[in-house]
Design a protein around this ligand. Structure first.
Ligand code: PGA
Length: 248
C-alpha cells in the first residue's frame, strides 16, 4: 500500500520523515535503517542529529545500510557516499561506526563486493525501514531505468541523465564516476517499511509518472506500488502535477 503525505515545503517534509525514522528507532532500538544520499535527505539528517544531540534519539544499537556507492572513489573523496554519510550524519550521532554499512567502491572485484553486500544485508536480519530519494529518471538507489529489475546488489553503468544530475557536485561532468554499486530492487522491496521523499518542482514529473503510470523497470520507483508498506512524503511542488484524486 502506498500512502502519500503532502507537506508544505522542504522543511516540513524533512521533519515528518525524521519523525517516522525516529519513531521506528524508539519502538525498536536496534532497528536496521536503510539510508540514502543526495540533496533530499539532508534536512532529515540534520533533524535526526538535532534530536540525538538533545538526547531524544539513541543510535547506539541502530544498524544502517546504505543504498549505493560510486565505483572507484576512495572513502576520503569528498563525493564518495562514505564521506557524505560521515559528514552529514554519522560523525554527529552516537552510532557505532562498526554498525554502518556502505558498499566498498574501491573493491574492484565486482562480484565479490556485490555478494558480500547482499550477504551482509541478510545477516542484519532485514531492513526495518528503508529511506529512499528518487532520481529525475525514476531511479531508486542507483537502479537506473532498464529492461528488467535487478534483484540483488550489483554494479551499474550510470545513465547520462544521472551523470548530468550528479555533475553539480563534481568539478566537471567528466569527473563523475561512470559506475556504481547499488542495492537491488529485490533487496529494497524486502524492507519491512519504505519511506520515499521528494521535494521541489524538478521532481513533479517523475512523481506523477511513478504514481499514475504502469509498474515498469523503465521507471524503477514504480515498483514501490507493489510494496505493502510504503509512504511517499513530498512537498506541494513535487506533487504539483499529480492528479488530485491521489491526494484525497
Ligand atoms: P536528490 O537525488 O535527492 O539529490 O534529488 C535523489 C536521487 O538521485 O536518488
Amino acid at each position: 500500500m502506498l500512502r502519500i503525505i503532502e507537506t508544505r515545503d522542504y522543511n516540513d517534509m524533512s521533519r515528518k520523515a525524521a519523525n517516522i525514522i525516529s519513531a521506528q528507532i524508539i519502538l525498536k532500538n536496534d532497528s536496521v535503517i536503510g539510508l540514502a544520499t543526495g540533496s533530499t535527505p539532508l534536512g532529515i539528517y540534520a533533524t535526526l542529529i538535532h534530536w540525538c544531540k538533545k538526547g531524544d534519539l539513541d543510535f547506539s544499537k541502530v544498524k544502517t545500510v546504505n543504498l549505493d556507492e560510486y565505483c572507484g572513489l576512495p572513502k576520503e573523496h569528498a563525493q564518495s557516499y562514505y564521506y557524505f554519510m560521515q559528514e552529514n550524519l554519522f560523525k554527529h550521532i552516537n552510532i557505532d561506526p562498526g554498525n554502518t554499512y556502505i558498499p566498498n567502491g574501491m573493491n574492484l572485484n565486482r562480484k565479490e563486493e556485490c555478494e558480500k553486500y547482499h550477504k551482509m544485508i541478510e545477516q542484519t536480519g532485514g531492513i526495518d525501514l528503508q529511506l529512499l530519494g528518487i532520481g529525475n529518471n525514476g531511479h531508486i538507489g542507483f537502479n537506473e531505468p532498464d529492461d528488467q529489475f535487478a534483484n540483488y546488489t550489483h554494479c551499474v553503468e550510470l545513465t547520462q541523465s544521472t551523470i548530468e544530475a550528479n555533475s553539480r557536485f563534481f568539478d566537471s561532468k567528466e569527473m563523475v564516476p561512470k559506475q556504481a554499486y547499488t542495492m537491488g530492487i529485490g533487496e529494497i522491496m524486502s524492507a519491512k517499511q519504505i519511506l520515499i521523499v521528494a521535494s521541489g518542482k524538478g521532481k513533479a514529473k517523475v512523481i506523477k509518472e511513478m504514481i499514475e503510470g504502469p509498474v515498469s523497470p523503465k521507471l524503477p520507483a514504480s515498483i514501490l506500488k507493489f510494496h505493502h508498506n510504503v509512504t511517499l512524503i513530498a512537498d506541494q511542488e513535487a506533487l504539483s502535477l499529480l492528479d488530485q484524486e491521489y491526494l484525497k
